[in-house]
Write a protein that binds this ligand. Structure first.
Ligand SMILES: *Cc1c(COP(=O)(O)O)cnc(C)c1O
Length: 424
């Protein structure tokens, strides 16, 4: 199947006489004829559903679809992208361990890693996203359990050299985890370039309509946990499941099974069945939306680049962009829909431009079908001083522009009139 067909056909496979469309199993629990059978479910001897905290038939179908889209052996949905990032790491690292992470990651991920993981005893070293292979391996210590990066960083828009990061991680017998939220499997499939685990905030393009918060962790099935020698939790008996050894019993799905039966069981960041249903609707048009987002973003970026009122434009799809050649390799079909740019006149002019937009709405969210814009210096990052803003790469004039799937000419006309009034 091609990826367009997978968006539509994978996941839910109705049998004779069953609903054509994925049903919402709005049930916390499931009924069995014998307690012996149920006992087998609890012992992981049988496949089946018993409690929605662990697994639900609606979510399960959507997980199968996403695993297929990314080319993985299995997936686990979570209640948010944050929960997916958290579990992707805590499934393989605990107190006393260490992670290496690109510094160009989503702000929520940065806080999770720098503040909350630290409290849990997991240290994180942030490295330059453009590090050489030698610099990446130099950051990996004896207790390092993973390397983490984003395909297209939110909001810095750096493109990750996935092959380089994967090779560096593998040379030290640890996996590479990639957050593929901005690219989606339509524009890039990190597993094909050596990533071992892929995570998403499905709240963004995958849902695509800004209706349901969610996340997902996808297991490539390619990392050999036993051969690595660094992951005893995979190769030694788990007392909480009568001594199951994940790599022996679940082979190359050990990672994703362990994440579900340990972390989802204990932490419970479960997706609502209704949200899984909504996500599935979004996924059915993902292959139509991502090329349109990319095409519109490129048109808007070209307009801005040629406009005198604009100081600079950052979009990896522009020939002038630092990441253009790397984007050509990893994102040959388009560089997704998010652009950042600066207007002449700094903070005041940027704020005025935003206020003047009529079609594009001011919202915190990015990456849905409607065009939206944000001026971080006066909103999400307004507590920061000018110097702190500079340190996190957010200039006072920066506007983040998430290009939707409307008509590109209408979006450009909207920007044009807003700039005319804001930048004199
Ligand atoms: C939004 C986002 C997250 C967090 O996802 P939530 O669904 O908001 O919890 C993680 N990574 C990236 C790249 C994001 O854009």
């Amino acid at each position: 199947m091609h990826i367009e067909t997978k968006c539509i056909q994978e996941g839910y496979k109705p049998k004779n006489g069953e609903a054509r469309v994925l049903p919402v199993y709005q049930s916390t629990t499931f009924k069995y004829d014998s307690s012996e059978y149920m006992g087998k479910l609890f012992d992981l001897e049988e496949d089946g559903f018993f409690y929605t905290r662990l697994a639900n038939p609606t979510a399960s179908c959507v997980e199968d679809k996403i695993a297929s889209l990314e080319g993985g052996v299995g997936a686990m949905m979570t209640s948010s992208g944050q929960a997916a990032s958290l579990m992707s790491v805590t499934n393989i690292a605990g107190s006393g361990d260490h992670i290496v992470c690109s510094s160009a990651v989503y702000g929520g991920t940065f806080n999770l890693f720098a503040v909350t993981l630290k409290k849990l005893g997991i240290e994180v070293t942030f490295i330059n996203p453009d590090s050489t292979a030698e610099e990446i391996t130099a950051a990996i210590k004896e207790n390092t359990k993973a390397v983490f990066g984003e395909t297209i960083a939110n909001p810095a828009l750096n493109v990750l050299d996935i092959e380089k990061f994967a090779a560096a991680a593998h040379s030290k017998n640890i996996p590479l985890i990639v957050d593929n939220t901005f690219a989606t499997p339509i524009l890039c499939r990190p597993i094909e370039f050596g990533a071992d685990i892929v995570v998403h905030s499905t709240s963004k393009y995958m849902d695509g309509h800004a209706v349901a918060l969610g996340g997902v962790v996808v297991d490539s099935g390619n990392f050999d946990w036993a051969a690595s020698g660094k992951f005893p939790e995979f190769t030694q008996p788990d007392d909480s499941y009568h001594g199951v050894v994940y790599t022996e019993k679940f082979k190359n799905a050990a990672y994703i099974v362990k994440a579900r039966v340990q972390l989802m069981r204990d932490l419970g960041s479960t997706p609502a069945p209704q949200n899984a249903f909504l996500l599935n609707l979004g996924l059915e048009t993902l292959h139509l939306r991502m090329p349109k987002h990319s095409e519109n973003a490129l048109a808007v970026a070209r307009f801005l680049e040629n406009d005198d009122r604009v100081a600079w434009v950052n979009y990896p799809g522009l020939e002038s962009n630092k990441y253009y050649s790397i984007a050509k390799k990893y994102l040959p079909d388009g560089a997704s829909g998010v652009i950042s740019f600066g207007v002449k006149g700094g903070y005041k002019a940027a704020n005025a431009t935003l206020n003047g937009l009529k079609t594009a709405a001011i919202v915190t969210h990015v990456a849905d079908c409607r065009t939206c814009a944000l001026h971080p210096a006066s909103s999400t990052h307004r507590q920061l001083t000018e110097k702190q803003l500079e340190e996190c790469g957010i200039s006072a004039d920066l506007i983040r522009f998430s290009v939707g799937i409307e008509n590109a000419g209408d979006l450009i006309a909207d920007l044009d009139q807003a700039l005319a009034n804001a930048v004199k």
